[in-house]
Each structure stands twice: as C-alpha cells, then as structure tokens.
Design a protein around this ligand. Sequence first.
Ligand SMILES: [Zn+2]
Length: 571
Amino acid sequence: MQSRWVDRDANAAIDRFAAQGISPELALRVYTTRLLGGDAALVLHGGGNTSVKTKMRDLAGDEVEVLCIKGTGGNMGTIEPSGMAAVRLAPLQRLRTLDDLSDDDMARGQRGHLLDPMAPSPSLELLLHAFMPHKFVDHTHANAVLSLIDQPDGAKLCEEVYDGRVGLVPYVRPGFGLAKAAATTFDKNPKVEGLILDKHGIFSFGTSAKESYERMIELVSRAEERLKQNRKAVFKSAQLPQQVPPNDDIAPFIRGACSLKDAGGEGAHRRMILEYRSNDAILNFINGAELKRYGASVVITPDFTIRTKSLPLIAPTPQAGKLDDFKRAAHDAVTAYIDNYKQYFARHNARSGGGKKMVDPLPRIVLVPGLGLYGLGRSAKDASIAADLAEAAVATITDAEAIGRFQSLTEADMFDTEYWPIEQAKLGKEKALPLAGQVAVNSRSTNTVQGDIQNASISTYMAVNGDGYFVVEKPTGFSGSTPAFGCKNGFLTAGALVSGSSILNDSPILYLRHISSPSASGNASWRRTTTAVAATTFAVGSSLVAGSLVTRNVWANASGAPLLISYASTS
Ligand SMILES: [Zn+2]
C-alpha cells in the first residue's frame, strides 16, 4: 500500500479551505481523511474515523481547545470540514477518571460539549481519540490488519509483525469501555505509533496530518507483507454440479424466499432488493468445501453487524435443469435461517437483560455456491452496501485462512454491537416507501401494439425505486393513434382483471401508466402521471394486450380506484 500524499494537493486543500475560514490543520485533516476514505481496503461505508486536536473560538469569541472528529456514520472519502464535529476537549478528557459511563450518558456527553449544536454527532470512538495525547489520530478497519487479528492467535501475529511499534488492545465493544482499555494499553508504552484493536481495526498517531496518515499506510503495509509469506492455497473446492444456472434464474428464487408476509393485506409481502456479485475471488470462497466453517460469519469488524447481520445465509447449490428443487431448498434454508435468528435474538436478549426489539430476521448476505453472492437490503443502496461489505469479508477471510484460521467475534459480542442503540441509530429512521422492494407491475412476455414493454426494466425500476406504481387504464378514445385518458374514471379497479372478466375478454388493449407518488388524495394527483419514468426503456402509455396480463395480488388504493398488479411469479 502506497502513501497517496502529494504536497501540491495538500497545499491546494489548505488554500481552498482557507477561503471558507478553515485553518490549515483542519484542512490537512480533511485532506488525509479523504485519502484514507478513498481506499476500500482501508474503510468502507462510514467505517473508520479521524481527528485533530486544535483551538477554535466559541460564540463569545474565547479560544477553546477542541477535538475535531468525523461525524458518526459519515463517509471519509467525501468528507467536508462541516462533516467534522468540534467537541470541547477538556470535559471529554475528564471522563477518563470514571469507572463506568452508560451509553445514554456517553451520547449526552458527545453532543453536550459540541461547539456548534448543529454539528453532526461525533463518531462513537470520540473518547478513544480524546484520551490519546496526539494531535492527529487516524483509525481504519484495514482488511490486511483484520486478516491478522481475526485469528485465534492474532496477538502473537501482531507482536511478530509490529515488534512493539503498536499497542495491542483486547476486544471490547466500541464506546467508553474500549476508550478506557485503549488508554490503559497506551500508558504502558507511550512510545507506540499506533494501537491495534483486537477483532476491530487499527489506530495511528502523529504530530502532523501527514505523519499520522503515513504511519497508517506503513503499518497496514506491514500487515500486507506478512500476508504474502507462508501462504497455503485456499480453498479446497467442494464437489459442484457441472452446470449451475445463471443469476437471472436464481435471483428471483432468493428474492422470493427472503420475503416476509406483511400485515398489509392478502398477498402483500415485505421484500428485499438484491445486488449480485461474482468474480474469481468470490467463487473461490463460496465454492470451498469448508465454506460452512470459515463463511459462518462475515463480521470482520464489529460495525458490520448492523449491515450484514451476524450470519450470512449459505444457500443450497443450484443445479441447471432443477430449478424447482432449488426453489424448495432455498425456502427451507431461509425458514431455518429465520428460526435460528429468532433463537439467537431470544438467547442474547435474555442475557442482556431483555427489552430489545428484534429487527426483521431476514439475511442481508446470501452465499450461493457455484454462482456468487448477494447483498440484500430494503433499498438498492442498502443492498449495494451489504454486497460491498461481503466482498471485503471475502478478501479478509481468504487472507486470514491463507496464513492461519479465521476467527470472528463471539456471538455475544456480535449481538451486543448489532443491538447497540447507538449503532442502530446509524441506519436512520427513514420510513420505507410504500412499495419499496415490490415489483408492482410485471407484464411478463407481453406483446404490445406500440412496441415491447420491457418487463425486466419495469420490474427493476419498480423494485429498486418502489416510489410509485403503474396503473392499468382503458383509454376513453383516440386522437389518431394516440390514446386519450380520463384519469381516475378510466382506471381499472381492483378485481377488474380477474380471469373471465369482461374487460379481460372484450377489451383488446389496455394502457400502462406510471403514477410517480402514491396518494390517496384524489384525482388531482393522479392527473400528473404523464412523465416517463425510464424513457429509454419504457414509454409511458405503451399498450398491453389484455389477455397476456398475469393478475395476482390486485390492489386498490384507499378510495378503491387505481388498479395495481403486483406479480412475483417465483415467490
Ligand atoms: Zn472502528
């Protein structure tokens, strides 16, 4: 791993941010934070954090010592100075004298000492940064370091590789306890250039932004060097079928199996978006004969748990020509996964005193031997994040196994992070859109008068966005070949397309129109529906031949009007 520090760029950052009244120290702090955040082998999706201890003026104009630290969950690769929260340093440092600090009190302390109350909430690792005396502190979850420490003898490997240059902190969940443990380790040898946190990641220190950043790169490079030595070939492949069906055949089954029946009405389901990934590294990993052992957990650093859950689902191996068997086996595997998750929750909820609320028990990562992996999420973005984390886990576990044996956190430690309210808060409280995850219209192999409706593109659009839906409408007349619509009165109503209905039999052409935002407020909102949604692949107003519609889960809105066809053939 090479340092990406360039003097010219660093100076340009100082000049650029000076125009916003930002000090050179903070400008360089932002510059190196972006350098770290730009490398997926160091941090991913809100992981990692950096800080600088500096002076700022408060509202009264008095100069105060502050710790400027990345806001929690923020993205290091694109951070702006406003993404760094300035917290008064002295009150934070005083907390070290406490024996214990509850999560609620810690959260209060984090926000309570902000210089600007509008600033983002500081990183959960705020106190660890505050307890270190160094001006600059950098923290990453570097894959190479995780490959060393996610091992039963991780501490020994680190001693070997770092020879006293870093302090080793035993595993403690992030928060006050970890900050205290790190400070205790540091005090034993204040000459160290950084700390390694068992099963978690690495810190580096410096008197300048450049020194702290380049120490991080150098320390991670040491781990990378070690991973190149005495490697054994991994993984020994399992017996796999000669031919495995493609993603297009398998994804709908996974999606169908990973759904939960909703209280929303007959046929209504909560569904997930899937992101598929496959490459040589992934195939090597998922095709291994011992996948169930080393792939049992993909939590390579604790904050993965909120995105990946503690365990991935290892799906059955699909075989070409036997899709029905796979469908059944996938359903069984998901049912077993859900049972297991409920037991895991009950066990650890009881251990930790009860009162926690179980999140949905569906997997967020699915490994399909022979094919690839899927990230699952309630939105396309969440699915993609889960897939990115899964790929990082594949790389890290593969390297760990090549020099030893991968060992994740204990189940109890994973639960404690997954259900830590402060971690859960990172996911936000956004309410899912009404049709998020649903394929609201799927015309299947519909022939059309005005050109093909691309059912795959509609399905994808609907499932990924889920923020609107398509109605099936009968035109009131034609102007030349252009259909005219009467809006609400022309919409087909729920039940109109059931087999044998007169509309299905007598009306040869129906039209599909997009409603961009569901509303029960009446005609006015339905009238604004002529914007094309994905003009390159699907023209709003394209016609459907009635008989070819497959109708299932026919829904109407509260006023009983527009028809919505939700069709998921494989669930
Ligand atoms: Zn961390």
